[in-house]
Design a protein around this ligand. Structure first.
Ligand SMILES: Cc1cc2nc3c(=O)[nH]c(=O)nc-3n(C[C@H](O)[C@H](O)[C@H](O)COP(=O)(O)OP(=O)(O)OC[C@H]3O[C@@H](n4cnc5c(N)ncnc54)[C@H](O)[C@@H]3O)c2cc1C
Length: 329
């Protein structure tokens, strides 16, 4: 016999922990399953400055507080528990498998997150968190008046690079092709910025980074022009890598609908997947903003909407409407 819960949450990152806080406070029997330690990606940073009401905190400190709060309301947390399979049962419940364990629940909230795609060059791992960053929105202020290199060619890369120019003294964006694949409006904005008199933005096309170097801190990045094969050591204080995210959703193939890149498809208002009773929250879903606060917000939305499903299972198939907006807006 498998133990039965009202709600099982897969992944104890910020989205999963926030969802568990709400479901446990609502007195729903809640189980959080986490393959490593609680906290998710945010545990890897020692400075968060964009979580509302908290001026500055390290990831581990924030996660410790979240976990304590969640457990104080009775949510059960199992770590070292990698979910490998889910199954919709005939009675409408959902079975969740990790290793030899099987749990069942009326509702599952999927919150397995994503990981930043790595460049895979020497120095990247060594300087991660101390000069190498994957999030301009998070880390740009730490590079005020410094020189940084950003890598990438998509929309996020351009947006984040423009954000960096508000802080750094010099920003150099490198892209392996001779044109960006980002939307035209963003590329035009980037070019306009680079063409301003005394601009702090430089664009280098057909260029790749082959190593990140320094002693104790980032001091340069080794660049290679892929057309001429010329190489140079380019001095800088930081390297921002914006080459995409990889969602942790391999185990969900065939259970919920995924995009080509593996993000979980859902309706972005209520976070329902196509499988009744299965919600999604955080960085693993389509349209995620990939931020701590938005992951937490998603967890809260899924936990709130779960009550609507419990009240009326047929709601699952209703299109997104203003039915739940009290008073409208
Ligand atoms: C170094 C770094 C610094 C950052 N700094 C900031 C910042 O300053 N501000 C900000 O807003 N954002 C920041 N971010 C981004 C932020 O951490 C993420 O947006 C947020 O953590 C996403 O939360 P999540 O819960 O959706 O996913 P995650 O944090 O990725 O958590 C998912 C969890 O699910 C677990 N999991 C995955 N698969 C399974 C499975 N099969 N079974 C069980 N468990 C599973 C994972 O182990 C993980 O613990 C940073 C990210 C990094 C890496």
């Amino acid at each position: 016999m498998s133990e039965k819960y009202d709600c099982i949450i897969v992944g104890a990152g910020p989205a999963g922990l926030a969802a568990a806080l709400y479901t446990a406070r609502d007195r729903f029997k809640t189980l959080l399953l986490e393959k490593f330690m609680p906290g998710g990606q945010i545990i890897n940073t020692d400075r968060i400055e964009n979580y509302p009401a908290i001026e500055r905190i390290d990831g581990a400190g924030l996660v410790a507080q979240m976990q304590k709060q969640v457990e104080s309301f009775g949510a059960e947390l199992k770590t070292g528990c990698e979910v490998s399979k889910l199954e919709k049962l005939k009675d409408g419940n959902i079975a969740v498998y990790c290793d030899k364990d099987k749990f069942t629940a009326r509702v599952v909230i999927l919150a397995p997150g994503s990981i930043y795609r790595k460049l895979g060059v020497p120095g990247e791992e060594e300087f991660a968190g101390s000069g190498v960053s994957y999030c301009g929105t998070c880390d740009a202020p730490f590079f005020k008046d410094k020189s940084v290199v950003s890598v990438g060619g998509g929309n996020t890369a351009i947006e984040e690079t423009l954000h960096l120019t508000k802080y750094a003294a010099k920003v150099t964006i490198i892209h392996r092709r001779d044109e960006f694949r980002a939307s035209r409006v963003l590329v035009e904005e980037l070019s306009a910025k680079a063409n301003e008199p005394n601009s702090n933005l430089i664009i280098k096309y057909s260029t790749i980074a082959t190593a990140i170097e320094g002693k104790g801190k980032v001091q340069s990045v080794k660049l290679k022009n892929v057309k001429t094969n010329e190489e140079e050591y380019y001095p800088c204080d930081g390297v921002f890598i914006f080459i995409g995210m990889v969602p942790n959703t391999g185990f969900l193939k065939g259970f919920v609908e995924l995009t080509d890149r593996g993000f979980i498809k859902c309706d972005c208002a209520y976070l329902r997947t196509k499988v009744p009773g299965v919600f999604v929250a955080g960085d693993c879903r389509i349209g995620a903003a990939m931020q701590l606060a938005t992951a937490v917000g998603d967890g809260v939305v899924a936990a709130m909407m779960l009550k609507q499903y419990f009240r009326d299972p047929n709601w699952w198939n209703e299109p997104v409407s203003d039915i739940l907006q009290p008073g409208g807006w």
